[in-house]
Design a protein around this ligand. Structure first.
Ligand SMILES: C[S@@+](CC[C@H](N)C(=O)[O-])C[C@H]1O[C@@H](n2cnc3c(N)ncnc32)[C@H](O)[C@@H]1O
Length: 235
């Protein structure tokens, strides 16, 4: 039987190494989809939960979608912030990560506590269908690696399945555009510039908060967006 550790403690070094090892191997094989060199650290993972904590009705359970769960550092934090009756859908297309997430649902102290209210979907998030509704979406998708059209389609999907007044929190890494301007081929730099303009349009229109998380590898930003009561896909 796998050893457990008590809830809300920092991840044990052997577990952190195991998560990071799987993540880095997959990052080498599928960098465009994985889009990072290491799993998110605890400061970033917890900061993404601002609107899991901050609810209009503290007594009402909420529905949460996590897109791009990877090896589950953000999923573990979500589980630690969930309250009675909350439900979580985790979506991840990488089969190796999905297998690992199923193991975490049995062995991780936070995730095992919400396993009966959590579903893992092996899929691209936009393939989940539009007949779902969420109060909070936490996205780990690597927008910097996507085209502008892909980012737009994903943002429209998020806002379609978010309830009016619901929140989307997503992150990226600081200075990637500046680094790419120096080291990346011109086409790749321009692609990223175009996709970041799409992100900026959504942030300018619906943003309700931005944070910088420096204790993360690499340092990250988070944007929090709110879906207005009246919304149609106009961008
Ligand atoms: C930057 S990693 C983040 C992983 C994890 N959330 C973390 O913070 O360490 C991005 C993850 O998104 C997944 N992903 C990429 N494209 C996706 C898509 N269209 N739908 C759902 N997940 C996707 C990748 O397989 C990868 O696990």
């Amino acid at each position: 039987m796998a050893a457990t550790q008590s809830s809300s403690e920092p991840l044990r070094p052997d577990r952190r190494l195991r998560d990071a090892g799987l993540f880095i191997r997959q990052a080498f094989q599928t960098f465009r989809a994985t889009g990072a060199v290491a799993p998110s650290g605890p400061a970033l993972a917890h900061a993404l939960n601002r609107f899991v904590d901050d609810r209009t009705d503290p007594a009402a359970p909420i529905t949460i979608l996590e897109a791009g769960s990877g090896t589950g550092p953000v999923s573990r934090a979500i589980a630690a912030h969930m309250r009675e009756g909350d439900t979580l859908d985790m979506v991840e297309p990488n089969a190796q990560f999905v297998e690992y997430l199923h193991t975490l649902l049995k062995t991780d102290p936070d995730l095992s506590g919400v396993a009966d209210r959590t579903t893992v979907h092996e899929a691209l998030v936009t393939d989940l269908g539009t007949d779902r509704r969420y109060d909070v979406i936490i996205s780990g998708l690597p927008f910097a690696n996507f085209t502008a059209d892909e980012v737009r389609a994903i943002m429209e999907y998020y806002f379609t399945v978010l309830r009016p007044g619901g929140h989307l929190s997503f992150f990226g890494y600081l200075y990637t555009k500046q680094v790419k301007a120096v080291i990346a081929p011109r086409e790749d730099y321009l692609r990223q510039a175009r996709s970041s303009w799409v992100v900026d349009e959504w942030v300018n229109r619906y943003g309700v908060g931005t944070e910088r998380i420096l204790p993360n590898i690499p340092p990250a930003w988070i944007h929090h967006l709110r879906k207005p009561e009246e919304w149609s896909a106009t961008l």
